[in-house]
Every structure is written in C-alpha cells, then in structure tokens.
Design a protein around this ligand. Structure first.
Ligand SMILES: [Zn+2]
Length: 95
C-alpha cells in the first residue's frame, strides 16, 4: 500500500481515481420565489480538468471556475467521489 497523502490537487485526485460531480446550486436556500431551482448537474472529466487547469490546481478552488450551462449561475457545488477508484493508466513514455 502506498502511504496516504492528503489529496488537494487535480493531479492527486486523478491518480487516486476519484470522480468529480458538479451540481448547480442556483435558487436553493434563497427564499426568492421567482427563482426556480436549477437541477443541472454533470460529472466532470478529471482528465480534461488536468488538461485545462493543470495537475497542480487546488481542488478547493474548482467550484470558482465552474458555471452552470443551463442558468449561467456561478453557485456550483462540487462533489468528490473518493470511492470511485477509477482505473487510470498513466501513459508512461514508450521505450
Ligand atoms: Zn443552473
């Protein structure tokens, strides 16, 4: 077993096989009747996130870069599934 390191970046979450889901939080807990709740949610592709943000990007800042494609809200909740254990083969340079 590898030693447990705290996972705080995209690259670490990617290697740990996590899944990431984003859920729109628009309209919730606001008490504004004219704002219907938005239930938009999506699984984010960690590989693409590493491509676009870099492997050192902090997970805790991820939500601030996200926007709901349905209502354009920036109130996004990011959920990490740490038990997903997605098999990811890192492509090591071929000999
Ligand atoms: Zn939304």
């Amino acid at each position: 077993m590898e030693e447990k390191k705290p996972i705080v970046t995209l690259g670490q979450a990617y290697e740990a096989g996590w899944r990431v889901n984003a859920r729109c939080a628009h309209g919730k807990k606001r008490g504004m009747k004219q704002m219907p709740e938005c239930y938009e949610n999506a699984e984010l592709d960690l590989e693409t996130l590493v491509w676009t943000r870099g492997e050192g990007f902090p997970l805790q800042d991820l939500w601030s870069r996200l926007k709901c494609p349905h209502c354009w809200s920036r109130r996004i909740t990011v959920l990490f599934d740490q038990s997903a254990n997605v098999k990811r083969s890192r492509k090591v340079t071929p000999q």
